[in-house]
Ligand binder design. Structure first.
Ligand code: PEP
Ligand code: MN
Length: 361
């Protein structure tokens, strides 16, 4: 159950008969179903490695037309064969009402909503309406843009349609400046989602965050360290020849190595030992808050002075001076410059806002 200041959601756990309830719950399979042979070969190898939940994209949202846009409904019969032959559960991405009806008709066990679709409330509502009355688990990827409320809104639409087995997939957020990752992780967003909905199972998609094979292991480890429940990883019998996302797919063999290499920390351990340290943190936070409030009061006094002396609120050189000095000071104290800059900017923004209020009173 979680409180979001919006609706309260009573979520049901996502479980599959015969699938052990341990971290990570692993969903693996190719980015796209390409041919029956590729789907079955990949599925057999994954099943041999103990994977229980198979993924494959049937309809692919591509940035530009002309690329491989997915095999379509035909591929659903291949997923059915995967189920029959390997006993794995199967999942695919749905983006329209028709996709939902087709997927349900072929007995798909789980569906997910892709990042581009989550960003579109009309599409999410259409999917929610189409799923009404079914009780399959639905995983919702974060929208491409870092908008938590849009992500939450998608969960609410599904929940209002009676879907209670909901889970989240963190697949990173697109950004204009290309950095090392294909999609920036911005972990604070899934962390905030989990804070609001503690019962929401969280999956990480290191393939789409990283965009490259070598990032899958470290990103999966980070997700496990952040107590994510599951991982959804792209795996292909012959990644170099994949029709989509080839740089980020690994063979079932490599996937198995990655999973075996993960260090899964025990979440059931008592937190008694942490009691003292946490009390220190509580006290320090109190002090920080009091100091911050004091700083705001002083800044308001300055605001009053500026008003009385017809001065502008923003005094750029002073702000610049504060930033430079404090960041150097922070570095000397072993703190990260970028981190300090974010904090100082937030404090400054709030001071300016308050001073503007005074000026306009
Ligand atoms: C996918 O999972 O293959 C996919 C298209 O992902 P995303 O929606 O995260 O881009
Ligand atoms: Mn993909």
């Amino acid at each position: 159950m979680g409180d979001i200041g919006g609706i309260i959601m009573n979520l049901q756990p996502i479980t599959f008969p015969g699938v052990e309830n341990k971290r990570p719950m692993l969903i693996a399979g190719p980015c796209s179903a390409e041919t029956e042979g590729q789907v079955l070969a990949t599925a057999r190898e994954l099943a041999e490695k103990g994977v229980k939940i198979f993924r494959a994209g049937i309809w692919k949202p591509r940035t530009k037309p002309g690329g491989f846009e997915g095999i379509g409904s035909e591929g659903l019969s291949w997923l059915k064969r995967v189920k029959e032959e390997t006993g794995m559960f199967v999942g695919t991405e749905v983006a329209t009402e028709r996709h939902v009806f087709e997927a349900l008709k072929y007995g798909v066990d789980l569906v997910w909503i892709g990042a581009r679709t989550t960003a579109n409330p009309f599409a999410v509502q259409e999917i929610a309406d189409a799923l009404r009355g079914s009780d399959i688990p639905v995983l919702i990827k974060n929208p491409v843009n870092p908008d938590l409320e849009l992500w939450v809104g998608a969960f609410e639409r599904l929940y209002n349609a009676g879907i209670t087995k909901l889970g989240a997939i963190h697949r990173g957020f697109s950004s204009a400046d290309k950095k090392i990752y294909r999609n920036q992780p911005q972990w604070h967003l899934p962390i905030e989602l989990k804070r609001r909905y503690p019962d929401m199972p969280m999956f990480c998609d290191p393939s789409h965050i990283g965009g490259k094979r070598e990032f899958i292991a470290p990103l999966s480890q980070q997700a496990m360290d952040l107590n994510f429940e599951g991982l959804i990883i792209e795996s292909h019998c012959n990644p170099d020849c994949a029709w989509s996302d080839k740089d980020q797919q690994v063979t079932p063999e490599v996937l198995d190595q990655i999973i075996k290499g993960l260090h899964i920390r025990d979440t059931n351990q008592t937190t008694e030992d942490l009691f003292d340290l946490r009390r220190q943190i509580d006290e320090l936070d109190n002090e920080l808050l009091e100091l911050l409030a004091k700083r705001m009061r002083v800044s308001q006094e300055i605001g009053q002075y500026k008003k009385e002396h017809e001065m502008t609120v923003l005094q750029t050189s002073r702000y610049d001076d504060i930033l430079t000095k404090r960041i150097a000071q922070a570095k000397g104290l072993g703190m990260d410059a970028e981190f300090m800059k974010v904090i100082l900017e937030a404090i400054h923004e709030e001071s300016i806002r308050k001073q503007m209020e005074i000026l306009n009173k």
